[in-house]
Design a protein around this ligand. Structure first.
Ligand SMILES: Nc1ncnc2c1ncn2[C@@H]1O[C@H](COP(=O)(O)OP(=O)(O)OP(=O)(O)O)[C@@H](O)[C@H]1O
Length: 238
């Protein structure tokens, strides 16, 4: 088993009759950026929540490094996640948020200053998070995800709220994290950005796997990623 591998095996999550995730299987491997694409409600967040042990599947399983997330020893040192950047306690300062996370996970606080600098928040660490813009929250969320120096990153819509400079910055950072050999799974609706960022794609629709392939193989000749994606989704429409 390769370290940093995410495996989703026959995963299904039902809500009454509705399958949010429907017999989904894929593997995410290290050293590249894997784009996780699908229309609204396709099941991307639910899949990530199950990988992170935040929701339980109806059937099937998801593992990181061959084991369920819940059984990982000091999980933040293996998996960093950014799910909902706005879900932060507004009264707390950015720096405090990272201190608290480090302390409650047995992680040294020495990385905090460098991480705030890395995400462009060196001057805002003492600002209360209630005063953060969405872009600042995404940056702080990314710092939190990197706190334990994990080999795996799960990022749900990390580009939301970022300005053009922020998007470009995030692209560079994700590429360098993948180049370091980390596993980077990132969901986004921004097709133009995914086209220049992702190496591999997992595309889902209505909870089912529609494609699991290198981006260069997915995009049809003479078409953009967006056009190819729309064709694949339309073909899967009910
Ligand atoms: N607690 C819940 N109760 C009922 N249905 C739910 C619940 N949580 C999620 N769902 C359903 O699961 C499906 C998948 O939702 P999910 O948020 O994973 O999609 P998504 O691909 O992340 O969408 P988006 O791009 O809009 O964020 C949706 O149909 C959603 O309504």
């Amino acid at each position: 088993m390769v370290t940093g591998m995410i495996e989703v095996i026959g995963l299904t999550r039902r809500f009454r009759r509705h399958a949010a995730v429907d017999d989904l299987s894929f593997t995410v491997t290290p050293g590249k950026i894997t784009g996780f694409l699908g229309p609204n409600g396709a099941g991307k967040t639910m899949t990530m929540r199950i990988i992170l042990g935040l929701d339980r599947p109806t059937s099937g399983r998801a593992t990181v490094n061959g084991v369920p997330y819940r059984t990982l020893d000091r999980p933040l040192t293996h998996v960093g996640a950014l799910l909902d950047a706005s879900a932060m306690q507004g009264g707390r300062r950015g720096e405090q948020h990272l201190w608290w996370l480090a302390r409650s996970n047995g992680i040294s606080r020495t990385r905090i200053g460098g991480l705030l600098e890395l995400v462009g928040l060196a001057g805002a660490g003492r600002t209360r998070m209630g005063g953060f813009s969405l872009g600042m929250k995404q940056r702080l969320g990314l710092a939190a995800a990197l706190l334990g120096d994990p080999e795996v990153l799960l990022l749900d819509e990390p580009l939301n709220g970022l300005d053009p400079e922020g998007i470009r910055w995030m692209r560079g950072l994700l590429k360098s994290l993948a180049a370091e050999g980390r596993t980077v799974l990132v969901s986004s609706h921004l097709m133009h950005e995914m086209a220049v960022t992702a190496d591999h794609l997992i595309v889902i629709g209505r909870g089912r796997l529609l494609a699991d392939t290198e981006i260069t193989r997915f995009v049809r000749p003479g078409m953009s990623l967006e056009d190819t994606f729309m064709q694949v989704i339309e073909r899967n429409a009910p």
